[in-house]
Design a protein around this ligand. Structure first.
Ligand code: ASP
Ligand code: MG
Length: 422
């Protein structure tokens, strides 16, 4: 078996020409044989593509948005390549294909599938630019379409990996190339049986790195971020954060479950199963230690705060003077499963079930539509869900100060509240 390494670079690490130059320097010093480099879309490209989709859906003109996004990529290329380099044609071509795909009809029923076909262009373009640039820097590497490797079911936008098929593809397709050259591939995207592009959920490139790491039984997986490692809170929101030098797989998985955005929630499990170490390191300080996620015996007692935005609190109240029973819970959960909505917080009282879910286009409307004959439904949008692990009274008091709290829950180790944003 090859001794492989997986590196993942997110959007912020390829957001402009200096960042890509920085990436090439990180690789230049660290590139061993048998390394696979997973890249996401550049900067805020995925968000920009989402806005294009929203405009398309609203039947508004989005041609200016495409031009702006194309120019953003071309300007980065202008800073990195000689004017006659083929990358300019490659980028033009990708945007031509994107425009062509956007001419297909879109509606609420095919939205998720349409989304995946369009959103993948961010990763496809980014990987072309990075791979071509690395080659100009004498880091000779091969571009690999991740969709030939990562096979999934057809749950568009939240596709589930077909592990057996993916392992076979990696063995057949990737290992022969990887044994000779480093490989650059896209995070986040895969392919279902009919050949359509799928995606693994927003921020899913970390998960791609873990899938590849697990299938290759890699020596390690490294996620390069714009933070020093895994911190106990988001430094953009809280002062005095603490960086973990190491963290147990379980602990890290729990933090991602509550919404810690430093790593995608699905990343940990495939690596933990095979005891593959996961490093989270800063691309701004590549020689600093970062965080090592592996098996740690001692449990962590440092309080961790995770904030999730754009949450919706939905309450289902029984209307027939009965109390909440198992059947009610089952009804609500079956519908949530059908809509692929994950419950971030749950509270049940005598006469109502309250859940907190992420905002997703059309999903709330569909949920209300399906349930309104059985329950009286109320909801509040644009809320924040705050979770504190290893809470203590001072932190709780500080967090609750000045907030309008709609729901809260305390267990011995975890405290959660839902409130309007401050
Ligand atoms: N580009 C995708 C996103 O922004 C995937 C990723 O960055 O991991 O969600
Ligand atoms: Mg990203």
């Amino acid at each position: 078996m090859l001794k492989t390494f997986v590196f993942k670079f997110g959007g912020a690490s390829v957001k402009d020409a200096p960042s890509i130059i920085n990436l090439s320097k990180i690789l230049y010093n660290r590139l061993r044989n048998h390394t696979i480099i997973v890249i996401s879309a550049m900067g805020k490209t995925t968000n920009a593509l989402e806005s294009i989709l929203e405009k398309k859906l609203a039947e508004e003109d989005f041609s200016w948005n495409i031009t702006k996004l194309k120019n953003y990529h071309l300007e980065i290329c202008a800073d990195l390549f000689e004017p006659q380099h083929s990358i300019f044609h490659q980028v033009e071509n990708l945007f031509l294909q994107l425009s062509r795909d956007l001419q297909q009809p879109i509606n609420p029923d095919n939205y998720d599938q349409f989304y995946d076909q369009i959103i993948a262009y961010g990763e496809l373009t980014a990987t072309r630019i990075v791979q071509e640039y690395l080659c100009t820097q004498n880091i000779f590497c091969i571009w690999q379409d991740a969709r030939e490797l990562i096979h999934t079911n057809a749950d568009f936008r939240f596709a589930k990996v077909d592990w057996e098929e993916t392992k076979r593809n990696i063995k057949k397709q990737l290992i022969p190339i990887l044994s000779k050259y480093p490989v650059v591939t896209q995070g986040f995207i895969g392919r279902e049986k009919q050949g359509k592009t799928t995606t693994l959920g927003r921020e899913g490139s970390d998960f791609t790195a873990a899938i590849l790491g697990a299938c290759l039984k890699s020596q390690s997986v490294t996620i390069w971020k714009d933070v020093a490692g895994v911190l106990n809170a988001d430094p953009k929101r809280f002062p005095n954060t603490v960086k973990f030098d190491e963290l147990d797989y379980q602990e890290a998985a729990e933090l991602t479950y509550y919404g810690a955005s430093v790593i995608h929630p699905k990343t940990i499990k495939p690596l933990a199963n095979q005891s593959i170490p996961l490093y989270v390191k800063s691309f701004l300080a590549p020689d600093a230690s970062g965080t090592l996620i592996h098996h740690v015996n001692q449990s962590n007692s440092i309080p961790c705060i995770v904030v999730k935005d754009d949450q919706i609190l939905v309450s289902f109240k029984v209307t027939d003077f009965t109390f909440i029973q198992e059947a009610h819970i089952h009804e609500v959960y079956s519908e949530l499963e059908r809509l692929k909505l994950k419950v971030n917080m749950l509270q049940i009282s005598a006469i109502s079930i309250s859940i907190v879910i992420d905002k997703q286009l059309f999903k709330l409307e569909k949920l209300v539509q399906a349930m309104k004959s059985k329950f009286e439904i109320r909801y509040n949008e644009s809320l924040q869900l705050i979770t504190v692990k290893n809470h203590h009274p001072k932190i709780m008091a500080e967090l609750m100060e000045r907030r309008e709290i709609l729901m809260e829950q305390v267990t011995r180790s975890t405290f959660q509240l839902v409130s309007k944003p401050l």
